[in-house]
Design a protein around this ligand. Structure first.
Ligand SMILES: Cc1cc2nc3c(=O)[nH]c(=O)nc-3n(C[C@H](O)[C@H](O)[C@H](O)COP(=O)(O)O)c2cc1C
Length: 246
């Protein structure tokens, strides 16, 4: 099992990175091993399953990896609305010279996703928005590549615009059929200069709680897997497409 966190800040070691690392540490505490950035380390799921399963446990617990993918410093242009992803259905954006296609496949193979962005002008940072527009459009054009994966969003902000940006990230997750891990507050951490978010104790607590909820969702999935219980995603109703100006 794997948790992928995407850092949409231009800063490799800014407050968004700090927030994602805080969550990674919490996964470790919850029995999910911490990983490397732009690389992976693996460990074993060590959390305990309490209660008596009604089925028989079989198989071995999954190895868990976490990875932080830094994209906010890359050149990533916005969606051209060319529709090629819908025609080709090859799980790719036709503009293949940036990290978008790599991110699509990394998310597809991950079991859980965290989207992280700094707040720029009360919204998602531009590069991160360009990436998300294309990644999630391709995912939708290919039948919903990320459906069912637990997910959460986190933003770093100096002062104002945190909840608007956080909401913006959640739009990608919810339209993709991804169950959202909530927390004790909305996952917004405050700080201006790199590292300042370390002083926002309540913000960090919120992130830790979000991470705990993701870990719990993964443990639940693992428990089902070990008990050989398959819960298929419900079939989607499709076909209705209502335009408002015709
Ligand atoms: C272009 C730009 C726009 C910003 N817009 C806002 C804003 O609307 N509201 C705010 O409170 N802070 C704003 N900030 C400050 C950042 O959100 C803040 O410094 C944050 O901690 C940066 O996270 P990072 O270190 O992960 O990049 C902005 C910073 C930049 C560079």
């Amino acid at each position: 099992m794997k948790i992928l966190a995407i850092n949409g800040s231009p800063r490799a070691n800014g407050n968004t990175a700090l927030a994602l690392r805080e969550m990674t540490r919490e996964f470790e505490a919850a029995g999910v091993a911490a990983g490397a950035e732009n690389g992976t380390l693996s460990g074993t799921l060590s959390g305990t399953l309490s209660g008596t399963p009604s089925g028989t446990l079989s198989g071995t617990p999954s190895v868990i990896e976490t990875e932080i993918l830094h994209v906010g410093h890359k050149l990533i242009r916005g969606c051209m609305a060319c529709g090629a992803c819908g025609r080709n259905k090859d799980e790719r954006c036709i503009m293949g010279d940036d990290p978008v296609n790599e991110a699509i496949q990394k998310i597809k193979s991950a079991d859980a996703l965290i989207l992280g962005s700094p707040v720029h002008y009360a919204g998602i940072a531009g590069t991160m928005k360009s990436l998300c527009d294309r990644v999630f459009y391709v995912a939708a054009a290919n039948g919903g590549l990320f459906r069912g994966k637990p997910a959460a969003a986190v933003v770093a902000v100096r002062r104002t615009g945190g909840s608007a940006a956080w909401q913006g990230l959640n739009y990608y997750l919810t339209i993709s059929g991804m169950p959202i891990a909530g927390s004790s507050y909305w996952s917004v951490v405050h700080g201006a200069l790199p590292g300042e978010a370390a002083q926002d104790e309540e913000g960090l607590q919120t992130l830790r709680n979000a991470a705990r909820n993701i870990a719990a969702m993964l443990h639940e999935k693992e428990a089902l897997r070990l008990a050989s219980i398959d819960v298929p995603a419900p079939e989607y109703l499709r076909g209705a497409r209502t335009n408002f100006i015709r």
